[in-house]
Design a protein around this ligand. Structure first.
Ligand code: FAD
Length: 323
C-alpha cells in the first residue's frame, strides 16, 4: 500500500537545514511510491517551499505566524496539528535534531502513534521498509519493521543521502492557518554559543581535539585544518572540562552524535563515551602520541605522533591540493 508522508523541513536563520532534504529522501522510501508532503513552520517560510519541492517533495504546506518565529514545543505542535487535521498523513518524518527529538515524541504520544527514532538507514520501501537504528550507544543496530497505524520517524543527520536536486523545479505551496495560543514558553532572545563555521551535527568533515590539545590556543591549528577542509571543529569532554573550548563542541554520549564522512581525532584517547558519539563516522583518522591509545581501535587510519607537528603538515598538504 502506498502512503502519504508528511516531512518537516527545519529552518534555521532563514534557510532550510540539510537534514530536511535527507528527510524528504527518507519520506519517499516510507511512502512506497505514495505522496510526500513537505511541512514548513515559521514566521516567514513560504519562500522556502519550492526548495523542498526541488529536493523531491510532491507539494508543500506552510504554517506562518509571528509566534512561530522561534521554536517552542507548544507553538510547533499546534501548527503541526492544524496540518495533521487537514492532511491526515500515514507517516511523519522529522530530523533527529534537537527540534525533532523534542517535538516528535510529544505529537506521536498525543496521536497514540509509534515512533522510530534515530534512524540511520532504510532498507526496502513502503510496507516492506525496514528501519535501522543504533542502540547501546552505537554498539549494536536494531532493525524495526512497522505493522500498521500512523508512524513517526526521526532520521539521524548525515546518514540518508538526499535526492538529486531538480534545479528550478516549482510546485504547489499552500498556506494553512493555525491558531497559535496559550504558549507556555515565550522566547525573548536566542543567544548562540558558536555561530561561526559549519554546523557540527551536519558537517561532512570534523576535526576534533581532546585533552592532548593542551590549551585554548592549542585548538588554533585544528581550526585551520577544519577551515581548509570546509569542516567543523569538535572536541572530547576532556577538552571541554579543561576549559579549552565550549561544551557546544562536545561529541559523545553526553554531547553530540555525529556521522561525518571524515572524522579526525587529535589528542583524544578514545574513551567509550567519546566513541559513542563518533564511531559511526565513515572514515576515522586518529592522531595520538600513544600507540596504545584506544582511539586506534576504531580508526581507519592511525598516525602515531605529536598533533602539533602532524596537524600543520596535513593543513599544508590539503592547501596544496586545493591550490
Ligand atoms: P584523555 O583521556 O586525557 O586523552 C588525551 C589523549 O591525548 C591521550 O591519549 C594522549 O596520549 C594524547 N596526547 C597528549 N598529547 C598529545 C600530543 N601532543 N599529540 C597527540 N596526542 C597527544 N567524553 C567525551 O568525549 N564525550 C562524552 O560525551 C562523554 N560523556 C561522558 C559521560 C559520562 C557519564 C562519563 C563518566 C564520562 C564521559 N566522558 C565523555 C569522558 C570520558 O570518559 C573521557 O574522560 C574523555 O573522553 C577523555 O577525553 P580525552 O580523550 O580528550 O582526554
Amino acid at each position: 500500500m502506498t502512503k502519504k508522508v508528511l516531512v518537516l523541513g527545519e529552518v534555521r536563520e532563514g534557510a532550510l537545514r540539510n537534514v530536511s532534504f535527507e528527510a524528504i529522501a527518507a519520506g519517499k522510501k516510507v511512502s512506497g511510491g505514495g505522496e510526500v508532503v513537505g511541512l514548513l513552520v515559521g514566521d516567514a517560510v513560504q519562500s522556502l517551499g519550492n526548495e523542498m519541492i526541488s529536493y523531491g517533495a510532491d507539494r508543500v504546506v506552510t504554517v506562518e505566524h509571528p509566534h512561530l518565529k522561534t521554536y517552542t514545543s507548544d507553538g510547533y505542535s499546534q501548527a503541526f496539528m492544524a496540518v495533521y487535521e487537514q492532511e491526515k498523513p500515514d507517516a511523519v518524518v522529522f530530523g533527529h535534531t534537537a527540534l525533532g527529538k523534542d517535538l516528535s515524541p510529544k505529537i506521536a504520544s498525543k496521536l497514540q502513534s509509534g515512533l522510530v527514532s534515530d534512524v540511520t538507514s532504510i532498507d526496502g520501501e513502503g510496507d516492506s521498509a525496514v528501519f535501522v537504528r543504533p542502540i547501546f550507544s552505537g554498539k549494536a543496530f536494531e532493525k524495526v519493521k512497522i505493522k500498521d497505524g500512523i508512524n513517526f520517524f526521526t532520521i539521524r543527520p548525515n546518514n540518508i543521502e538526499p535526492l538529486a536536486k531538480e534545479e528550478g523545479k516549482t510546485g504547489d505551496v499552500q498556506s494553512v492557518s493555525a491558531e497559535i495560543t496559550n504558549l507556555r514558553t515565550v522566547i525573548k532572545e536566542v543567544v548562540r554559543k558558536s555561530t561561526e563555521g559549519v554546523d557540527l551535527s551536519e558537517a561532512k568533515v570534523i576535526v576534533a581535539g581532546g585533552r592532548g590539545v593542551k590549551s585554548e590556543e592549542g585548538f588554533e591549528p585544528l581550526k585551520e585544518l577544519a577551515n581548509v577542509l570546509g569542516g567543523a571543529v569538535g572536541a572530547s569532554r576532556g577538552a571541554c572540562d579543561a576549559d579549552y573550548c565550549d561544551y557546544s563542541l562536545q561529541i559523545g554520549q553526553t554531547g553530540k552524535v555525529v556521522t561525518p564522512d571524515l572524522y579526525i581525532a587529535a589528542g583524544i584517547s578514545g574513551a567509550i563515551q567519546h566513541l559513542a558519539g563518533m564511531s559511526n563516522s565513515k572514515i576515522i583518522v586518529a592522531i595520538n602520541k600513544d600507540p596504545e591509545a584506544n582511539i586506534f581501535k576504531v580508526a581507519d587510519y592511525g598516525i602515531v605522533g605529536d598533533l602539533f607537528e602532524v596537524i600543520p603538515m596535513l593543513t599544508e598538504e590539503f592547501k596544496k591540493l586545493k591550490a
